[in-house]
Design a binder for this molecule. Sequence first.
Ligand code: GDP
Ligand code: IMO
Ligand code: MG
Length: 432
Amino acid sequence: MPGTCVIGLQWGDEAKGKLVDLLTDHFDIVVRYQGGANAGHTVVVGDETYKLHHIPSGILNPDVINVVGPGVVLNPPTILEEIDSLLARGIKVDSDNLMLSDRLHVVLPWHLEEDRLLNQQPVDGESIGTTLRGIGPCYRDKVGRTWAVRLGDLSRPDFADKIRSIVTSKQQLFDGLSGDIQLDAAQIYEEFQQYAQRLQPFVQDTTSYLLDAVEDQQRVLFEGAQGALLDIDHGTFPFVTSSNSSGVGVAAGSGVPPRWIQRVLGVCKAYSTRVGGGPFPTEQDNPIGQTIRDLGNEYGTTTGRPRRCGWFDAVAVRYARRLSGVDGLAVMMMDVMSQLPEIQICIGYQIDGQRLDVFPSHADDLRRIQPIYETIPGWQTDVTAARKMEDLPEGAHQYLQRVSELVGCPVDVVSVGPDRAQTIFTREFAHR
Ligand code: GDP
Ligand code: IMO
Ligand code: MG
């Protein structure tokens, strides 16, 4: 059975990009299937660092085909910049190794304006703090259909009419919301015509392509963006993204039915981070959080914002693990934990003095959580040169063992630094 998924189990930035890049040798195809330029996936190869927003992290392996599926929302200028920057660095990107679904939805200038305007309005008393990449507004228009634009539409004869008609409606909307936004249909049409011409060689029916591929037993790796706790349906709503970023989104976003998915790797940090607003039970808004931020260089790949940092939350990750059908964990950033004198791990939640057995569905309840912590002595040993489990100190083994027990799943991968080499596979990664 051909499909493996890499899914973030926290609030994004779990180092999915590093893991996908490492695994690409075992695969024929890597697929992004949800999210858009809100994602920032970092791949470090020696002295080179690549930050990918739209293009799957398989792109650094010239033998892999990279697919951006129908569930993604695509910003044409962003992907074109990404392509140009990769080409300038000698990375192969052409129509033989990159395909964009003609069904995917396009982020247009009005989506960026809507994101900026609406993000200023608090929801449930707090701003969502989006990445301002037009993600929510584009998905809203996709679901609403009337104002949706798909990639395939850009090269159709009625594209100018479509833009003109949408701009008329959107201008009325902006006039009601704010007086200072003026959309120019002719200019937007010209601009997007040019993007369409450049993107045309990459545009394909990726749904048929992937269905043929799985039926031919080709090996497909699905690269999740964001993390399960940001899932629109199952995450910490409304402080989430606008797509199904847990494991449940793979089939819908790619067009490959769940029966082809054989293995799910869940990626988590050895601690927790979150960018933007929303409840975060184990947050350390104090010198401990700052130490983690400094040690882990926890600043957003896409926006540069400082990430909120806190202890590992086993209740949340266990929920995310079950929701995503994970059968193996990748625990990243163990080098960061290895520098702390003492480590806490959240093993349970209490609310109003009562123990909670489930992950709460309402943000207000999650805000009121009192985490129950277990303290683990730090091992304070540099692990960045560890290449096999035996190289890790006893304390690190105990920590990983505890994470595995609490989350309810074996640890398959341990990461001790950003580089490809700084990775330990606890069992050989074989495509079963
Ligand atoms: P993604 O969005 O899930 O792909 O993650 P990001 O790329 O946004 O953030 C992860 C960051 O951690 C990147 O800067 C990686 O280079 C870096 N990284 C990955 N693994 C490790 C690790 O084990 N230790 C440290 N210190 N950094 C890591
Ligand atoms: P990767 O793929 C971390 C967060 C934003 C905000 C919320 C909604 O790199 O892990 P959006 O722009 O999607 O409407 O923002 O989701 N967010 C991410 N946080 N990593 C990401 O992607 C994220 N993508 C969105 O900070 O809180
Ligand atoms: Mg990221």
